[in-house]
Structure formats: C-alpha cells, structure tokens
Ligand binder design. Structure first.
Ligand code: 5GP
Length: 179
C-alpha cells in the first residue's frame, strides 16, 4: 500500500519480514567471523537505530555497542557533501575490532569520511555493515564495506530508521519515493 509522508508519496520496496530474514543471515556470518574478537558495534545515528537493534539482538558472541552521529542530508531528498560531526564516538577503539553499522550508503562520501576518521584511532580492524547500498550512486571504493543487506535502485527511500523531513523512521519496512 502506498503511503504519504509530508508532501511525497512512497511505495513499498522491502518488507519488514525480508529485512528480518536478511538481518538474521548477516548476524550468523558475524557470529562466525567475530567468535573470538569481542567486537564493538558502532552505530551511525540516527538512521541505524532499528537495524542496529535487530542485528545485535542476534549476536551471540561477547560484544560492545556504541554510537556516533553524523549528518549529511539535512532533511531533503538529495545528498549533500557537507558532513556535520554531531556526536563523536566516545569509546576507545584502539586495538579493537570495530563493526560500523550504517543505514544507507549513497555516494559513499559520509562512510569514506567516517572510516578515515576512525582509522586514525588505530583499531585492530574496521568492517562496515550497511542495511542499504545504492550501487548506481556510489563514488568511492570502500574496502571495509563487507556486509550489505540490500542493494537498491538509486531512488530516495524512507522507513526502518530512514526519514524524510524527520518522518517515517518508525515504519517497519523500506518504502521508495513514487516519482
Ligand atoms: P552519502 O554520503 O553516502 O552520499 O549519503 C549517506 C547519507 O545520506 C546516509 O547516511 C543518509 O543519512 C542519507 N541518505 C542517502 N540516501 C538516502 C535515502 O534514499 N533516504 C534517506 N532517508 N536518506 C538517505
């Protein structure tokens, strides 16, 4: 069923059930890969909050959870190159295995910036786990981007943590803009 958020119309793209099934698969891979590594999951707010919660619920190896906040979109439907560092990561990640949890990678500009920034703190490793990737939009080669739940068309999406004008984050699935 199509929905309206503020002035835009959206149609279903990925169901809540499909997200849960895929999250389960990714968690199973991480449980194997990080069995003896006591990883720190670092969520990139605000968009990651649902994915982060559903993912870490399925992690059964010892792990820590922390957050940082960046913004680059500022409410519209097209990405900007301006990144604001709203809330720095407060835990010490030196010699630790970091799993960065992102909602969506569009051009990759934000993720490239964040990986470079965290690398300066000398973690043992950084792996990125992203809910969504727009393969037709990405402009950076980010070797740390290893786990991608869904590849989607280069269109504006909301739901499951992602917003339009701060609305729609509460939706159970992902919806794409009807153009
Ligand atoms: P990038 O720097 O990769 O171009 O953009 C990344 C950020 O832009 C994401 O973390 C997210 O905040 C925002 N973004 C990119 N595409 C979308 C989209 O389709 N929907 C929403 N709601 N945000 C997006």
């Amino acid at each position: 069923m199509n929905i309206k958020i503020a002035d835009l119309e959206f149609e279903p793209l990925i169901s809540g059930e499909a997200i849960q099934a895929r999250t389960k698969e990714i968690a199973a891979q991480l449980n194997e890969e990080y069995a003896d590594k006591a990883p720190i999951f670092v969520g990139v707010l605000n968009g990651c909050f649902m994915f982060m919660a559903d993912l870490v619920k399925r992690i059964n190896v010892p792990c820590e959870v922390a957050f940082t906040k960046l913004s680059s979109y500022h409410g519209g439907v097209t990405t900007t190159r301006r990144i604001s560092d709203d809330f720095d990561l407060l835990v010490d990640i030196a010699n630790r295995h970091v799993i960065l949890v992102e909602d969506i990678v569009d051009t990759g500009h934000t993720l490239d910036y964040l990986v470079a920034k965290l690398s300066h703190r000398k973690p043992a490793s950084i792996t990125v786990c992203a809910l969504l990737l727009k393969p037709d939009a990405i402009e950076y080669s980010i070797k740390e981007l290893k786990h991608i739940a869904f590849r989607i068309p280069n269109e504006f999406v909301v739901g499951y943590g992602l917003d339009y004008m701060e609305l729609g984050r509460n939706l159970d699935g992902i919806y794409k803009r009807v153009v």
